[in-house]
Design a protein around this ligand. Structure first.
Ligand code: FES
Length: 98
């Protein structure tokens, strides 16, 4: 199964989420790889403007307030991001330099 995920960094912390808004399940990015508001403080849904906390994925404003983005577990090791899907549990499957 193919899954569209994205990672977002805030300071030294990195978070992974599925690129799908819990309101209407559309992609969140308003242009390729652009996921944040202008201030880069929150994740912003391109479709109807829902606002999500980077650290938790909680929607704090918009039509799905109280819902959450789907977390995608990642780890950061020696500056590289490793994402792990359910079907590859036990081994790292993807990495990207940060
Ligand atoms: S699809 Fe994201 S707020 Fe409606």
């Amino acid at each position: 199964m193919e899954l569209d995920i994205f990672v977002i960094r805030r300071g030294e912390q990195v978070f992974g989420y599925v690129n799908s808004c819990p309101h209407a399940w559309t992609p969140l990015d308003w242009s390729p790889d652009r996921f944040t508001n202008m201030e880069k403080t929150h994740i912003l849904c391109a479709t109807h403007g829902a606002v999500f906390e980077m650290e938790t994925g909680l929607c704090i404003a918009g039509p799905c307030k109280g819902d959450r983005l789907t977390n995608f577990p990642i780890t950061v090791t020696a500056g590289a991001i490793f994402a792990q899907s359910d079907d590859s549990r036990g081994r790292d499957s993807t990495n990207s330099g940060i």
